[in-house]
Design a protein around this ligand. Structure first.
Ligand code: NAP
Length: 313
């Protein structure tokens, strides 16, 4: 049936999905395979709604002849073929800004949780070990420690603001120094890791950052150092991370993202000096709703003849 405005291939939250379906003609392919006859099904669709989880391929965009925009949920775009979209003259939007606070909050939860061994301490109480074995071992102080940030972008700056509240000197590494960014700029990641007590990874994924945090960076962070990764699993050499933690050349790690999701390697699961979360940095009711609303606002802006509100730069 012709006449669809939108093809939607992943959920952007129940409320936003419903709002979009109520106001526009949506071909709902959430969780479904892409039909072979998509071109015939949706020849007029101007907008494709997707997520960073499901991504978008050149082939899918090519199958929609009237496509003007891909509206994606999430701030990463490593799964979206942005280059192909540009070649085809198709705009791509994402949802920057609205999730910074929650992802930065989680970075701090992981940092505190790893340094103070929070998950292990919780298990200590629940299992009765406290009664049997007495006081919990000493942990690591967070306040005043040096906070290194790989990727002083929107989320990196939100992490730095939280660090300031814990009296932490800030250092960061980007490809270029950022005007007005807090803290000391390091043009070399290993130099930042040598300086820092805690290294938080907050840069994008993709080929340019693939395994940027390698064995040498982890060694520079050192046996008392803590790595926090809320960015992408691909940015950290996971085998080198496991080896450093096993050898005690790295102190601990708080990880929201992994090389192969949705799972964490058994070697990490077996360790007490790590805190592991299921890639849920933006996963609060408030932020997920704001992300869904922003996807719908982008889609409707294009359908109403306007420009994308938050295009990928
Ligand atoms: P952003 O504002 O674009 O900031 C990214 C920062 O990384 C920039 O300061 C950039 O500076 C730096 N960077 C980029 N490439 C680099 C490289 N090759 N080497 C060193 N630094 C580099 O992005 P954001 O909104 O803060 O988001 C950052 C990332 O967080 C996202 O891409 C996503 O992967 C991740 N994220 C995770 C979750 C979660 O649930 N865990 C949620 C949202 C986002 P330069 O350009 O100067 O290098």
């Amino acid at each position: 049936m012709a006449g669809y405005d939108v093809v939607q291939i992943d959920t952007v939250g129940a409320a936003a999905d419903a709002a979009l379906a109520e106001r526009r003609k949506v071909l709902n392919l959430i969780g479904a395979p892409i039909p072979a006859d998509l071109t015939a099904l949706a020849p007029d669709a101007k907008v494709l709604v997707t997520t960073v989880r499901r991504g978008v391929t050149r082939e899918l965009m090519a199958a929609l002849p009237a496509l003007k925009a891909v509206c994606s949920w999430g701030v990463g775009f490593d799964t979206l073929d942005v280059g192909a979209a540009r070649e085809m003259g198709i705009g791509v939007s994402y949802t920057p800004g609205v999730l910074d606070d929650c992802v930065a909050d989680l970075a701090f939860a992981l940092l505190l949780g790893t340094a103070r061994r929070l998950a292990e301490a919780d298990r200590y109480v629940r299992s009765g070990s406290w009664c049997r074995s007495g006081a919990f071992p000493e942990t690591v102080k967070v306040s005043g420690k040096r906070l290194g940030i790989l990727g002083m972008g929107r989320i990196g700056e939100a992490i730095a603001r939280r660090g300031a509240g814990f009296d932490m000197p800030i250092g960061y590494h980007n490809r270029r120094p950022k005007a007005d960014a807090p803290g000391i700029y390091f043009d070399d990641l290993a130099g930042l890791a040598t300086w820092a007590d805690v290294l938080v990874v907050a840069c994008p994924g993709g080929p340019a950052t693939y395994r940027l945090v390698n064995a040498a960076v982890l060694e520079a962070l050192g046996p008392r150092g803590i790595l926090v990764n809320i960015a992408r699993g691909s940015v950290v050499d996971q085998a080198a991370l496991v080896a450093a933690l096993q050898a005690g050349t790295l102190g601990g790690a708080g990880l929201d993202v992994f090389e192969e999701e949705p799972s964490a390697p058994a070697a990490l699961v077996a360790m007490d000096q790590v805190v592991l979360t299921p890639h849920y940095g933006s996963c609060t009711q408030e932020t997920r709703r704001a992300m869904g609303d922003l996807v719908v606002a982008n889609a409707e802006a294009v359908l109403d003849g306007g420009a994308l509100l938050t295009p990928i730069p």
